[in-house]
Design a protein around this ligand. Structure first.
Ligand SMILES: [Zn+2]
Length: 57
């Protein structure tokens, strides 16, 4: 059944999602989480994610 979780705003993509993980109490959607896990320093998105994460880490 559907869960009754409130949508939370992902701190990376800033979209409201229900399928979020809480990392240090900050919501990150599973899509961004997988991107972050798979990102390589050579990827153009790497700097973007690192900058985002630095705000919380
Ligand atoms: Zn996201």
């Amino acid at each position: 059944m559907e869960s009754c979780k409130e949508p939370q705003t992902c701190i990376v993509c800033e979209k409201e999602r229900r399928d979020v993980l809480l990392i240090l109490e900050q919501p990150i959607c599973t899509i961004c989480e997988q991107d972050i896990v798979g990102v390589k320093p050579t990827d153009r998105t790497y700097d973007f994610y690192i900058a985002r994460l630095k705000e919380i880490w």
